[in-house]
Ligand binder design. Structure first.
Ligand code: HBI
Length: 97
């Protein structure tokens, strides 16, 4: 299903509501790095996010080493940021320590 990219105004408003996220250099994604106590905590977080992401059919790009999870959110179907990324980032913030 096609979904629209956020306009620059919508993107700025979204970033203002997500202070822990950074706009990627290409402007097409938002990123956040989260550190946990250890690998078990990091992986538990990823499992919780994965369940909700799968239900929403919107999936993070992420990279994990031990206690660190680097996350990048973008909407491939839109070629950039969409409301789906904002919703997923908000959900992720709710699971993060
Ligand atoms: N996840 N981040 C992200 N972006 C998408 O556009 C996307 C997705 N998960 C599934 C999905 N799109 C489906 O709509 C199909 O395009 C696979």
């Amino acid at each position: 299903m096609a979904i629209a990219q956020l306009t620059p105004t919508e993107r700025d408003a979204a970033l203002a509501s997500l202070p822990l996220w950074t706009l990627a250099e290409d402007g097409l994604a938002i990123t956040r790095t989260i550190r946990f106590a250890d690998f078990a905590e990091a992986f538990g977080f990823m499992a919780r996010v994965a369940i909700v992401a799968e239900k929403a059919d919107h999936h993070p790009e992420w990279f994990n080493v031990y206690n660190r999870v680097e996350i990048r959110l973008t909407t491939h179907d839109a070629g950039g940021l969409s409301t789906r990324d904002v919703a997923l980032a908000t959900m992720i913030d709710g699971f993060a320590p």
